[in-house]
Design a binder for this molecule. Structure first.
Ligand code: ZN
Length: 452
């Protein structure tokens, strides 16, 4: 039979373990709190949004149904007919109830996704409506419209989200927006005649004032466009090519690009009927010209890689590693590869660890998957030099979404950084210096912004 002494020893040991673990939890909590406070104080420079001019937004009537954005993407993926839903959202005679009934079953199926949760949380914080349900969509819609006044961008982005400046991708309007809050990038995808129905030749002639007859005119127009972009204040070129075709860029002789160009120029509308494969020599030729034009003007080249916002696409074509040979052929271009290449994050990290002219961008990624974002960041800390990662881009067309995304980003970044302090990987000071780099200093450097 065990002695009384034995029981005393057991009891004392248990007490010691409890005391030690309490001290440990106290220390852990204190580290987490300090890191969180430090991260919360950083005024973010946001690398990617689709926010348009606030005065245009003020002219529209806003509601929950103008504010679904990515939550709607998940509902399309769940089977909601996009065209049908859009026609109801845009019909002047449709009531809020008609719109709610259109999404209700899909809303309920997507309650678990981060797209949905981030939006719901943003509405709770900004509009005081705790949940989006059959009982609240009308009042929420009323409050969204009530706030739709000049100054809402400033309130939500600067004051609530702590975003000092955001780079927006919203066409030519971007450079006319309030420079206190925004910079802009422009897409030059029309030079690749990528999209059906796109007025490529007409757009270029009208926009840049160059008459287009030959490939030489086309190349010259690109130079004019890029010089004008610099003069207009754009801070980079954005490419959405991965939505339309593979990111693999082949090397074709100029004659082959010219052959395609001449064929397309001679037959109006032909571009719409040809596949990207048939247009590829010209497309690959012009993509290379755009990359070289960025290098010449010291502009960043932002390229969409990985996942899509809409449905029915093949994500393998957007694998960032498809770009590797092209990036190696263009060592002077500063490539910003977006969205952590989801789901090819580890491939992207390996690329960026190897290629000096690749910067990775975590725009959009926290709301696609916070767990993936945390893992990506964790591995990026271990693999990449600190100036090769851009830590936040909201990627929303509504400021409420950018707010919710920034809040989630700060939570994930704080957690990953604190975990690494507690693991003994680095000090709190190192962790916070890193946070400042990825959320602020790196975007300033990569996009050559004139901020402190
Ligand atoms: Zn985007």
């Amino acid at each position: 039979m065990p002695s009384a002494r034995f029981f005393t020893v057991i009891a004392l040991t248990a007490l010691l373990i409890i005391a030690a673990s309490m001290a440990c939890t106290d220390r852990e909590d204190a580290v987490r709190a300090r890191i969180r406070q430090g991260v919360d104080k950083i005024m973010i420079v946001d690398t990617h949004e689709h926010l348009g001019p606030e005065n245009l937004r003020n002219e529209w009537v806003m509601s929950l149904f103008t504010h679904l954005h990515y939550a709607l993407s998940d509902m399309w993926a769940d089977g909601l007919n996009r065209r049908m839903a859009d026609s109801i959202f845009n019909a002047s005679g449709a009531s809020l109830a008609d719109k709610w009934n259109t999404i209700a079953p899909y809303w309920s199926n997507t309650r678990n996704t981060t797209y949905n949760k981030v939006l719901t949380e943003a509405f709770a914080d900004l509009y005081g409506i705790d949940d989006v349900t059959e009982d609240t969509y009308e009042e929420l819609s009323r409050r969204i419209q009530q706030a739709n006044k000049p100054g809402w961008y400033h309130t939500v982005l600067r004051e609530e989200a702590g975003i000092e400046l955001a780079i927006t991708d919203t066409g030519f309007e971007g450079v006319k927006m309030d420079r206190d809050q925004f910079r802009a990038v422009l897409r030059l995808d029309p030079f690749m005649l990528m999209w059906p129905g796109e007025e490529g030749f007409e757009w270029v002639e009208r926009q840049w004032g160059v008459e287009i007859n030959t490939l030489a005119d086309w190349e010259y127009a690109l130079e004019v466009a890029m010089d004008s972009m610099v003069a207009m204040g754009f801070v980079g070129v954005k490419s959405g090519m991965a939505y339309a075709r593979t990111l693999t860029i082949k090397e074709y002789p100029r004659e082959q690009a010219e052959e395609v160009f001449d064929r397309l120029r001679a037959a109006p509308g032909l571009s719409d009927r040809l596949s990207w494969r048939e247009k590829r020599p010209l497309q690959d030729w012009m993509f290379d010209k755009i990359a070289k034009g960025c290098a010449k003007r010291d502009m960043a080249f932002q390229i969409h890689t990985g996942f899509f916002y809409d449905t029915g696409r093949d994500v393998t074509q957007a694998n960032p590693t498809n770009l590797t040979p092209f990036i190696i052929r263009n060592p002077d271009t500063r490539f910003v590869l977006m969205h952590s290449g989801y789901p090819y994050g580890r491939d992207l990290l390996a690329m960026a660890k190897n290629l000096p002219n690749v910067v990775t961008d975590m725009c959009w990624i926290y709301i696609i998957s916070p767990s993936f974002a945390a893992e990506f960041l964790d591995e990026a800390i271990e693999t990449l030099p600190a100036d090769k990662l851009l830590g936040f881009g909201g990627d929303y067309a509504i400021p409420e979404g950018s707010y919710g995304h920034a809040k989630l980003c700060r939570r994930i970044v704080s957690k990953v950084l604190a975990d690494k302090v507690l693991d003994g990987y680095w000090s709190e000071a190192e962790a916070l210096a890193y946070a400042r780099k990825i959320l602020r200093e790196n975007p300033i450097k990569v996009f050559r912004l004139e901020l402190e």
